[in-house]
Design a protein around this ligand. Structure first.
Ligand SMILES: [Zn+2]
Length: 591
């Protein structure tokens, strides 16, 4: 007797092998048979005409706080994700000394734009101090999907170095030895990685870069040795210079190619995989090709480097009730608290509009606040900012940008932007296609995805909740790259499924999942590929303490199973919470 049989679907198994029609039999959370299944089952899911894949493994998220108050993780659950890896980019919430929450929240709010009040009020501070205690706390909870944690350099440095953590100086030998020991304990307890941020632009609300940004090689090498001693785990990094120079900020402290060499040394010496974010950037639009070539060379010499690439542009959203160009104008700030309908009515008045357009920005008191960074960006970004309308197009031609539309209408682009934000009764959403869209198309992404060393991800789910909404990336891999792309070649379904299932699973040692084979966990999606659709994002005010966030569901997921239990039925949460903390099954150390 099977618990569940998924019948007659087109199975693309996540290994990269060609798909074919098969039934899948599930018992006790595990795939026990694949083929033509005749035996009885408690439950049959009819997958005739549907695509059957492993559940998506989303290896770049920031749910570290949210997992303590939210068991649904709707944004990712609605996109077929069955495992998330959190703790990326050097920011996280363990270890944390008693009374240390404030520094970590300041950092998380500044870097990842998760409202600090939500983190203060939503999280049960005091329930853990060490990283193993954090995982033990999470072990008492359950979710709609599995979650994996990484120990973050920012938290680790604060814990060991206190106030000195934010200085540019490296750790002392003693500091480094303590960090190594704590990293070892974290990995032994089940951390799938250690993460570090090396770009200057990732700043706390108080305006300093993530502790560890300037860490010298000795400090990282000591931590890597600790990770190896603990059994091995992934070193995750956002490298210096990986998003280019940010206007008005001091220059980056290392070149991207010297970062690759550093990662290769750390990887080879300690036998650890290193995964790092890679983009096409404005300052050097072809540098990513040199990065991929350097990675290929280093991997040929025994390193294990995995550039993590996005399947679409790096995006920034703008909307009236989120962030926008006019949010720090004094007249706007006086009206900002009004309910949306009254706000829109006020903003339509000629004298209000004239005042806002004529005013200068009032700086936000916290130097690292997004309110100080984003208004200027929104102005610069107009030639690459587009209306988000149904059906969504993530690869539009440049003549559709707000700047191009304003020019054709012979209007001032900023005044045009003002009116745009009031469209749809103030619900209009604009999307800036930044990194990866320098050529005005996604050809660079396609080449990056085809590279055998890359892994895809970078949804940043759970973070930047008021201006980035990329939790749909796993869905986009199918809708755009497999099915819809019209401005260039598409990509094979087998490749795209493998890139977001077995590839990240193997990288993080989660080898019990990521493919549909007998003996693997039954983490499975049944998808109506023909009708799979990403919806326009909308703003919600449902975080603890009334915090807001964008959510963007997708439709067309007929069923999602996590550990054999159905968590989604036709795009709806079933209420089941089979998700637990996922720890590496195989040690990731390779030498
Ligand atoms: Zn991140």
């Amino acid at each position: 007797m099977f618990d569940t049989v998924i019948k007659g679907g087109h199975v693309v198994d996540g290994t990269g092998a060609s798909g074919g029609t098969a039934d899948i039999g599930v018992r006790d959370g595990v795939i026990v048979e694949i083929g033509a299944i005749a035996g009885p089952a408690r439950r049959v899911i009819d997958a005739d005409g549907a695509l059957v894949t492993p559940g998506w493994v989303d290896a770049h998220t920031h749910y570290d706080g949210q997992v303590t108050w939210d068991d649904k993780l709707e944004g990712s659950a609605a996109n077929g994700v069955t495992t998330v890896v959190m703790g990326n980019c050097g920011v996280g919430f363990a270890p944390v000394p008693p009374g240390g929450a404030k520094s970590l929240i300041d950092l998380m709010e500044g870097v990842e734009d998760i409202p600090g009040t939500a983190l203060f009020e939503g999280m049960p501070w005091g329930e853990w101090e060490t990283f193993p205690e954090y995982l033990e706390f999470l072990d008492r909870r359950s979710w709609s999907m599995d979650v994996s944690g990484q120990i973050a350099h920012g938290a680790l440095r604060f814990y060991v170095m206190g106030e000195r953590a934010i200085l540019k100086e490296g750790a002392t030998e003693d500091d480094a030895a303590r960090m190594a020991m704590i990293a070892e304990q974290a990995v032994r307890a089940g951390a799938v990685g250690f993460s570090t941020s090396r770009i200057i632009g990732h700043k706390s609300m108080s305006g300093y870069s993530v502790p560890g940004t300037y860490a010298p090689e000795q400090e990282l090498a000591a931590i890597a040795r600790g990770m190896k001693a603990g059994g091995g785990a992934v070193l995750q990094a956002i490298p210096a210079n990986s998003i280019g120079q940010i206007d008005g900020m001091e220059p980056e402290h290392a070149t991207l190619l010297s970062e690759i060499e550093l990662f290769a040394r750390l990887s080879r010496t300690n036998g650890l995989p290193v995964v790092f974010s890679t983009f096409q950037i404005n300052d050097a639009p072809t540098l990513w090709r040199d990065v991929l070539a350097a990675v290929s060379l280093e991997n040929g010499r025994g390193a294990r480097l995995a550039p993590m690439v996005a399947p679409r542009a790096g995006t920034v959203l703008t909307t009236l009730k989120g962030y926008h160009h006019f949010m720090r104008r004094p007249t706007y700030m006086r009206l900002a608290g009004l309910p949306l309908d009254r706000l829109v009515r006020e903003l339509h008045r000629n004298e209000v509009k004239a005042a806002i357009l004529a005013e200068r920005d009032t700086p936000h008191p916290q130097p690292g606040a997004m309110e100080n960074l984003l208004p200027g960006l929104f102005r610069q970004a107009l030639p690459l900012t587009f209306r988000m309308t149904d059906p969504l197009d993530y690869e539009p031609t440049l003549d559709q940008s707000l700047a191009a539309l304003a020019q054709r209408a012979s209007r001032d682009p900023i005044e045009y932007l003002y009116d745009f934000l009031l469209e749809d009764d103030g619900a209009a959403v604009g999307i800036f296609l930044g990194a990866n869209y320098i050529d005005g198309n996604l050809d660079a992404c396609r080449e990056m995805l085809l590279d055998p060393n890359t892994v895809t991800g970078l949804s940043d789910a759970g973070a930047h909740v008021n201006f980035i909404c990329d939790m749909t990336i796993p869905t986009f891999n199918l809708t755009h790259w497999v099915r819809d792309r019209s401005r260039g070649e598409r990509l094979p379904i087998e490749l795209m499924v493998a890139k977001c299932t077995s590839t990240p699973a193997r990288l993080f040692g989660l080898t019990d999942r990521g493919s549909l084979r007998v003996g693997q966990r039954a983490d499975i999606n049944v998808i109506d590929l023909e009708n799979l659709k990403i919806e326009v994002p909308t703003m919600h005010h449902d975080l603890p303490a009334g915090g807001s966030r964008f959510l963007q569901p997708s439709t067309g997921y007929l069923a999602t199973l996590v550990n054999g239990v159905q968590t989604r039925e036709r795009d709806t949460d079933t209420g089941a919470r089979p998700g637990r903390v996922a720890r590496p099954v195989h040690q990731t150390v390779f030498a």
